[in-house]
Each structure stands twice: as C-alpha cells, then as structure tokens.
Design a protein around this ligand. Structure first.
Ligand code: 6PG
Length: 254
C-alpha cells in the first residue's frame, strides 16, 4: 500500500473545486487507458460538494459518462429517495445531470427495498455485486476502482468505519452492515478496509479545524483501529486533500 501524499488548499471551497477538476481528469485518463472508469463516491459535505463542482464544470463533458461505473463507499440505511441518503444527494448534485448509464450506477440498497430493513443482508448483497463486477475483469473481490473518495470524521471515522469497532478490524468481508453509528443515522452500510485497499487511488477530502486532530493522528501513523482513516490506502496512490484548517496540526504543514 502507498504512503499518504498531502495537498493543502487555501480553503474548503478551493479544495472541492480543485478536487472536482482532479476527478474529471482522473476519469478521462482512465477512460483513455481502459475505455471505462470506476469511481466510488462518498457522502459528507466535501464529498457532495465535489460532485456539485463537477456538475458545474465546463470540463465535465470531457467525461464519457455512459462509460463510468459508479459505486458508493458507504450509505445511510434509509428509505429510497430519503434526502439523507448519499445516493440521493449524489444524484441531486451530479448523477441526474449527466448521461450516466443507469445499469452502471450501483447504489447500496435502501432500507425499504428487497432486504426489508436488514442492513446486514443489504451489505452481503452489495459484496456479491462487487464480486460479480470484479469477476469480469480481475480475480479480486472488488472491481478495479480507479478512484475511491472518502471523507473523515472528527474522531477519525471514514466511510462508515468508526473507531474501536469490529468493522474497522474486518479482514475478509468487503461490505458490512453497521449499527449504532455515532454519526446519525445509526444504521449504515460500508465498505471495509480490505475493499478500500483494492482501489487504485484513495482520496481523502477533509476540511475544517474540527478534523485537525484526526488528520494529524492519521498522518502521524495512528493505528486504524483507533483512527480508521489511517487505514485508508490505495494500491497506487493515497492522497489527502486538506484545507489549511484541517492540516494545521500536521507537523511541517501547520
Ligand atoms: C457519511 C460519509 C462520512 C463522511 C464524513 C465526513 O455517509 O456520512 O460517508 O464518512 O464522509 O463523516 O463528513 P463531512 O465532510 O460532512 O464532515
């Protein structure tokens, strides 16, 4: 796994604008190389803000949206269309405004769908979906994610992997149901660290002074069991995109 690289932007606004441009370029390059691109979206203000900037970018149509596979790193286990679902917010921010192929957009199941309130069953289904998609191209249990986007919480969670929980130590399953989450809503579905590690590039989008301690701990070598974001690494690249406030306690950056 790759060592973290850090890019510090002047503000959260500059960060999401620059990250949007970076994402467009990453997708275009992947499509030039392989004909398709595979991205994993995240919830949270930075993750959704990035998608809104992609929508507004004049460069957005450099992407062949019909050849983009869209997955999620985590999801709030709520009814379909609920405004707090990451998929709802991603559709409003971007996906409903570009010609993605519906069969290539893979939301995690809602709580009122086929799994009737079982986040664990919904998680198992998503793991099977990833394994099926992967089987077409690789021998790994997940597809070749070109870029996997993440946010982090003030206590160091990433996706819906929270400190000192069995899920952050999960070494085999790729997707888990998460219950009693400290960040509402309490029930979620999340990729695990093994699934995150399968991505080519992992980008952690982090803004604000409230995250400064978690960022400094994660970049300072914290144990992922204590700071799950510390365990978020890509095969080819691990990129921390920070604003000045979030980087303030990182030695040499603050
Ligand atoms: C979620 C996210 C979560 C989020 C972080 C940061 O579903 O809530 O996936 O991991 O990215 O909590 O959120 P903010 O950027 O809003 O602080």
């Amino acid at each position: 796994m790759t060592a973290p690289e850090v890019v510090v932007h002047d503000s959260g606004e500059v960060l999401v604008e620059a990250a949007a441009a970076r994402l467009i370029t990453r997708i275009v390059d992947a499509q030039a190389a392989r004909g398709v691109a595979s991205v994993v979206l995240t919830g949270g203000s930075a993750g959704i803000g990035l998608l809104e900037r992609v929508r507004r970018s004049p460069a957005r149509d450099a992407v062949r949206w019909s050849d983009v596979d869209v997955y999620w790193g985590d999801e709030r286990f709520l009814p379909d269309g609920h405004p707090d679902r990451n998929a709802t917010q991603a559709r409003e921010a971007l996906l409903d405004h570009v010609p993605v192929a519906p069969e290539r957009v893979h939301p995690m199941a809602p709580s009122d769908g086929a799994f009737q309130g079982s986040a664990d069953e919904a998680a198992a289904h998503y793991a099977e979906l990833l394994a099926t998609a992967a089987a077409k191209a690789t021998e790994t249990p997940t597809p070749n994610f070109d870029v996997l986007l993440l946010g982090i919480g003030e206590e160091g969670h990433t996706a819906s992997l929270f400190p000192d929980t069995p899920h952050v130590r999960e070494a085999r399953q790729t997707v888990v149901g998460v219950h009693d989450c400290p960040k509402p809503p309490p029930t979620r579905i999340s990729l695990t660290l093994p699934a995150i590690h399968a991505a080519s590039e992992v980008w952690l989008l982090t803004t604000g002074a409230g995250k400064a301690d978690a960022v400094a701990s994660a970049l300072g070598g914290a144990d992922p069991r204590d700071i799950p974001a510390a365990g978020a690494r890509g095969r080819d690249r691990t990129l921390w995109l920070l604003d000045g406030a979030a980087s303030a306690k990182v030695p040499g950056l603050g």
